[in-house]
Ligand binder design. Structure first.
Ligand code: TPP
Length: 629
């Protein structure tokens, strides 16, 4: 079928199962071909082809509300709702978003990116529906990984108690990004196998009932046996006890099984869970057989072999540099442990786990727990390193303040993917942590200029004994600088003069340093002497250096790949005001709006974080200095 012609999912209403199976093949072919060029979340989407088609056939979107948790698995939904033609722009600048987006389609009724939000949102929608006397289904689709997130469990607790009509689809592929973890994962596993056992028992009951004379009594005995055993054989008892009607386990690649259970679920009143078993990467040999987690999110690849198309000889990834340094530290200091909320692979902690299996803790998608767990470890003299993406640290903010910083505990935050992240877009940009961390008492916040300084900062952080410290590092690869063999301690709060100058000063850190250096070089050719400072400690700042700069009334430009509101530039302005200096301060950074997807250079261009703009700003502030002197 020509998927480009699809406008609305209603075209499937009259389709037979055979036709749907053919359509599923077309969908998979489309995904494999398109994503080989653009990259994207292939594995999860291949796994939900039949499930998404079945949901759109049984329910009537957008009247019925389909909410995709995390939203990385919404590609089939996007195709069915008329967006196949935009897939060549997937996750690219001004192109199709990789997550549900309300301004893309009326069928995207809930925007996601971070996990475990769908059940709370669904409950909110259910309450609103009932207050408005409307009637439609509300259908959150949540993975077994996302179900490990605390908010999802909080919502189950509420939905089960209020007995609202909410049809939860649990898409269980036994995977988070890597293999799923936790006791809940174990419980789902038991439901999967108990389901088969229970069905076998139902079959026996059916046969016995049909044997005349003895059948009825034997069937009664089987019924009693079933009742007495139900606590350990009935699948879904966990959910039933929470107030949900449980349907499953359902084969998520079998339309008969899907339709039977989804139709029951649709008619059932009160909260329902349909436990659907799917296979991540289904239908693409490399994704089915290769290490499946490698196919969760992919860049471009060769279709025949599955081989990834990567630039040759790229410098090491930042996460790799940081985790390798941590491994060195862990060899020296037994108190060093690593904690990750479901991001072993993203944070490149596999080798750490291989070398120190009892010192790596993957806690599932549980950023709040990961933060307070780290605090608990620190109270007992351990040295926890919490590797956490900047954007996901937002989830653990109260824990940062209440549990870690207030008790001034020695927790090291490895704030990964700090700055703009590119294709994942606005839900994932790591641009808020500077503002939200620098306002927390006791917190030290730093960002290295390159991988070598990165390893020294990790060493500094792990050996620091005065409270929490956050080391930020960006997504992607380092600069390819030479790494020193010995690790050194960098004095907390010290900045580094990279290039001297007498007309103006650029204060910057991390990813924007090369831009500042290049701008200063170009300005020197025009006769302007611009100092560049590596402000590697965002908090505390190098106050001695700042006093010197401001006493000289030098104009200052701050440059940061983070939000301007409450950011590093703001702290320089605060310093100036507190000490009554007259230095002119201009700031460049991320403006007060959400930044969508695109490549990082394109996004830098969009927000004016460019060499040209640095030069323009410097030229603006230099005459100001003359005027104010
Ligand atoms: C709060 C939060 N933490 C971490 C992530 C990163 N992440 C994206 S998808 C994913 C795994 C989700 O697993 P599951 O819900 O089972 O979906 P699947 O990909 O297996 O279909 C993770 C950890 C996230 N999106 N949000």
């Amino acid at each position: 079928m020509d998927l480009y012609k699809i406008k609305e999912p209603s075209f499937m209403k009259e389709m037979s199962i055979g036709q749907l199976e053919a359509l599923s093949l077309d969908m998979r072919k489309f995904l494999i071909e398109n994503l080989s060029g653009t990259g994207g979340h292939l594995g999860a989407n291949l796994g939900v082809v039949e499930l998404t088609l079945a949901l759109h056939k049984v329910f009537e979107s957008p009247k019925d509300r389909l909410l995709f948790d995390v939203g990385h698995q919404s590609y089939i939904h996007k195709i069915l709702t008329g967006r196949a033609g935009q897939f060549d722009t997937l996750r690219q600048y001004k192109g199709l978003c990789g997550f549900p987006k309300r301004n893309e389609s009326e069928h995207d009724i809930w925007e996601t990116g971070h996990s475990s939000t769908s059940l709370s949102a669904a409950m909110g929608m259910a309450i609103a529906r009932d207050l408005k006397n409307e009637s439609h289904s509300i259908v959150p689709i949540i993975g077994d990984g996302a179900l490990t997130g605390g908010m999802a469990l909080e919502a189950l607790n509420h939905i089960g108690d209020e007995k609202k009509n909410v049809t939860v689809i649990l898409n269980d592929n036994e995977m988070s990004i890597a293999r799923n973890v936790g006791a809940l994962h174990g419980a789902l596993g038991r439901m999967r196998s108990a389901g088969k056992y229970n069905r076998a028992k139902d079959d026996l009951e059916w046969i016995l009932k049909r044997i005349p004379a003895v059948g009825g009594r034997l069937a009664q005995a089987a019924e009693r046996l079933k009742d007495s055993m139900k606590y350990f054989v009935l699948p879904g008892m966990f959910f039933e006890e929470l107030g949900f009607t449980y349907y499953g386990p359902v084969d998520g690649h079998d339309y008969h099984d899907l339709f039977e259970n989804l139709n029951y679920a649709k008619k059932t009143s009160g909260p329902v869970i349909v436990h659907v078993i799917t296979q991540k990467g289904k239908g693409y040999h490399p994704a089915e057989t290769d290490n499946k987690d490698k196919w969760h999110g992919v860049g471009p690849y060769k279709i025949e072999s599955g081989e990834k198309i990567k630039p040759a000889d790229a410098p090491p990834a930042w996460s790799e540099v940081i985790s390798e340094t941590l491994r060195k530290e862990a060899r020296i200091d037994k108190r060093v442990v690593a904690v990750t909320p479901a991001m072993v692979l993203g944070s490149k902690l596999e080798k750490f786990g291989e070398e120190f299996p009892d010192r790596l803790f993957d806690v599932g998608i549980a950023e709040q727990h990961a933060t307070t767990l780290s605090a608990g470890l620190a109270t007992q003299g351990m040295k926890p390193f919490l590797a956490i993406y900047s954007t996901f640290l937002q989830r653990g903010y109260d824990q940062v303040i209440h549990d870690v910083a207030r008790q001034n505990l020695n927790v090291v935050f490895g704030v990964d993917r700090a700055g703009l992240v590119g294709a994942d877009g606005e839900t994932h940009q790591g641009v808020f942590d500077v503002a939200f961390l620098r306002s927390v008492p006791n917190m030290v916040v730093a960002m290295p200029k390159d991988e070598d300084e990165g390893q020294h900062l990790v060493h500094t952080a792990v050996t620091y004994n005065d409270g929490p410290i956050a080391i930020r590092y960006p997504r992607g690869n380092g600069l390819g600088v030479k790494m020193s063999d010995d690790l050194k301690t960098i004095p907390i709060g010290s900045w580094d003069l990279l290039k001297d100058g007498t007309d103006a000063v650029i204060l910057t850190f991390g990813t924007t340093i090369p831009m500042a250096m290049a701008a200063s070089e170009r300005l020197s050719k025009e006769g302007l002497s611009v100092r560049v400072v590596n402000a590697r400690f965002i908090k505390p700042m190098d106050e001695a250096m700042l006093h010197d700069i401001m006493k000289d009334k030098l104009p200052i430009l701050t440059v940061e790949e983070a939000v301007l509101q409450g950011g590093f530039g703001s702290s320089v302005l605060e310093f100036k005001e507190e000490h009554n200096y007259l230095s002119w301060v201009n700031r460049l950074g991320v403006p007060d709006r959400f930044i969508e997807h695109g490549s990082v250079p394109e996004l830098w261009d969009e927000i004016g974080l460019t060499e040209d703009n640095v030069i323009k700003n410097i030229k603006e502030i230099i005459p100001e200095k003359q005027q104010r002197a």
